[in-house]
Design a protein around this ligand. Structure first.
Ligand code: FEO
Length: 392
């Protein structure tokens, strides 16, 4: 990827990772990703905002050469995770006069993770400013998006917010700006769902902190730049709000068809009642899509058979994931089947303790579902509809 001019004296020197399809060996990246790094040249000082994943170090260095960056005074490190900080040691080697500007927490983490020497840092506090001559940077602590040390930088004269992961999207588009909004909305929602959702309440505070800034552009560390920032700010406001949708998400798995029959019957009953219904067949599902559906669904119903006296491991994985992501789900239930006994329901319910939800009584069939089981599924659909009426 080549260096690209955003405005006079402001450049993207980012790297695109077209091939990366998994992050943290966990999170699917169907669209690849980018590691965004930016150069701002002031009349007196030049600053590099974040670096790139160490696997793309060469691309960053080439981009800096392309726009003839012979000196870097400051490297702003917004976040210690290696996809943004991993090339700091190399940049310090190539630009030995550069100082790493960050908050104390991030500096401590950079020392731990990347062995950056202590005397390389300039520590800044919330709302502290740094002059580049004719340009001014203001540092704004925006913690827990998604690590504790994360911060953003506001470039006052150009009204650009460099937000690092906050507002980012995993996308390997060559577009510099987010003009394909419907596509970027999905990428950004997926990104929010996968790593930001557990910190929804802190992110509400972060949105509050930036609300009075005049922002012409948001330049995040993944995905294209928002030159109409209200699009992504409004999306975040919606995702972090307490509002839920008239929607049921059903992650499920079946071995011999009993649970499958129950899930299909139950889904039809929900649809008949006007409830939006999303099914995720766990052995083949993309967990990123499941995470996205959890962002605003009012209800989750897990479907599982009983294996070795407990939940199917795929259903347990879905419950573990939902518990870790802490969605704003209000109601949970479980449907499924067993052959001769077991504690499938207790096990799954016990895995959801982080969620502040009402557990609606489950429906479990012995073997293949029978008439009374189908009636129970209809009643479960009624119970859900009754509860959803409180907000639709
Ligand atoms: Fe893109 Fe949390 O690193």
């Amino acid at each position: 990827m080549t260096a690209r001019k955003i405005k006079d004296n402001i450049y993207a020197v980012s790297a695109i990772d077209w091939e990366r399809k998994l992050f943290d060996e966990l999170i699917p990246l169907p669209e690849g990703t980018s590691y965004n790094s930016y150069i701002v040249k002031g009349s007196e000082k030049t600053v590099l905002l974040d670096t790139v994943d160490p696997t793309k170090e060469k691309a960053l260095i080439n981009n800096l050469k392309e726009i003839s960056i012979e000196n870097i005074d400051y490297i702003i490190s917004h976040h210690c995770e290696q996809d943004h900080s991993g090339s700091i040691p190399k940049i310090l080697e190539l630009y030995p006069n550069a100082k790493v500007v960050t908050n104390q927490k991030c500096a401590d983490m950079l020392k731990d993770h990347l062995l950056v020497p202590d005397d390389n840092f300039i520590i800044v506090k919330d709302h502290e400013t740094l002059s580049l001559g004719d340009k001014t940077l203001e540092f704004i602590l925006t913690p827990w998006v998604h690590w504790p040390e994360t911060m953003s930088t506001y470039l006052k004269e150009d009204k650009i917010l460099f937000s690092c992961d906050f507002f980012g999207s995993h996308s390997s588009t060559s577009d510099l700006f987010a003009h394909a909004e419907s596509v970027i909305y999905v990428d950004a929602k997926r990104y929010y769902a996968e790593i930001m959702m557990p910190f929804r309440n802190v992110i509400k505070n972060n949105l509050e902190k930036i609300k009075d800034l005049q922002i012409d552009m948001i330049a995040a560390s993944h995905g294209p730049i928002y030159d109409k920032p209200s699009f992504i700010i409004d999306a975040y406001k919606d995702w972090v709000s307490d509002n839920v949708k008239n929607e049921v998400v059903i992650p499920y798995v079946s071995m011999h068809g009993s649970t499958l029959e129950m899930v299909h019957y139950f889904a039809d009953e929900l649809i008949k009642r006007g409830i939006s219904t999303k099914l995720f067949y766990l052995p083949k599902t993309d967990i990123g899509s499941l995470a996205m559906a959890l962002v605003d669904a009012a209800t989750v119903v897990i479907g599982s058979p009983t294996v070795l006296a407990g939940a199917h491991p795929s259903a347990a994985y879905a419950a573990f994931l939902a518990n870790a992501l802490r969605p704003k789900t209000r109601f949970v239930s479980i449907i499924g089947s067993y052959g001769w006994g077991g504690k499938m329901v207790e096990q799954l319910a016990g895995m959801l303790l982080n969620l502040k939800v009402e557990i609606i009584p489950p429906v479990v069939a012995k073997g293949y579902p029978k008439k009374e089981d189908f009636v129970s599924l209809e009643k479960l659909a009624d119970s859900i509809m009754e509860r959803h009426k409180s907000f639709i």
